[in-house]
Design a protein. Structure first.
Length: 279
């Protein structure tokens, strides 16, 4: 009941996105992409809800398309996880003939008439991008983000893929696209495949720590040439490669082993708070 009430309040009070202001903040933001067609009760819906709840419990922002399906799963799960009200649930809502209202779990929203501007806003806001099960829209989002990373229009940021369908897609690209020199081996350095939420969260926590160390939180989404200066993100890239090697070989880092225990302890100790959002 409390969740329903908070959702209604969010719908009424959700503020409009001020992109310049958000980019000046020190919030760490995770974009979650996925199908609008998957409904509550589906195991994939529950998986995304759980992932977003964990993200909220860390005090990280979540950014979605603000619509139904897995977008709503992410926004609603994040709302439940963010019990201390430290983070923002952001929705970038696209106007469609059959879908134009954002879901009721948004604290910040923005509406778009065109996909291109919306995708650019995702790129500007997000430090990590998570792609879950989806169709044409999710494919568009994946390849749009990947393309900008490939040509260094944005500084380094990881794309985490969750689900067998994405592993099959990447396998196809390596088998049929890479041999023809249509992509480069280093293009896959941006892609991380997580087998489950525990592994995805271990990656996200690692990325957060590294971004903090590199001081890139306020710079990571810029479109300026400085983002592509060789060596600027070398430490970050090398650390990402090391993490990817561990994932590929099945080696579990300390953060992976401790994820479940830490989450259980933090959730049991957490109490609701209406304090000001901060980091």
């Amino acid at each position: 009941m409390a969740g329903i009430v908070r959702g209604i309040v969010n719908r009424i009070k959700a503020r409009r996105l001020n992109l310049k202001k958000e980019l000046k903040s020190n919030h760490f933001r995770i974009a979650i992409f996925g199908s609008a067609r998957i409904e509550p009760g589906d195991k994939i819906y529950e998986q995304v809800y759980d992932l977003a709840e964990r993200i909220g419990s860390r005090g990280y922002d979540v950014v979605t398309g603000g619509g139904p399906g897995l977008m709503e799963a992410a926004n609603s799960g994040h709302m439940v996880g963010d019990k201390k009200n430290r983070a923002n649930s952001i929705g970038l809502v696209i106007h469609l003939p059959f879908e134009s209202k954002g879901n009721r779990h948004l604290e910040i929203r923005s509406r778009f008439m065109h996909f291109s501007k919306r995708l650019d806003t995702f790129l500007s806001l997000s430090h990590v991008m998570v792609v879950t099960t989806g169709g044409i829209g999710s494919l568009l989002e994946l390849y749009y983000m990947w393309q900008h990373l490939q040509v260094h229009h944005v500084s380094y940021k990881p794309i985490i893929l969750i689900g067998k369908m994405w592993r099959d897609l990447i396998d196809w690209m390596k088998k049929d696209v890479l041999p023809g020199n249509l992509v480069s081996p280093q293009d896959f350095d941006y892609i991380y495949i997580a087998r489950d939420n525990e592994q995805a969260m271990a990656m996200i926590d690692t990325f957060h720590r590294l971004f903090r160390q590199e001081g890139n939180l306020r710079q990571i989404a810029c479109y300026k040439a400085v983002c592509a200066i060789p060596g600027k993100n070398d430490t970050l890239v090398e650390a990402m490669k090391e993490l990817k090697a561990k994932v590929r070989t099945g080696t579990k880092s300390r953060s992976v082993r401790r994820t479940a225990a830490v989450r259980k302890k933090s959730l049991s100790a957490r109490k609701p708070s209406s304090g000001k959002k901060s980091r």
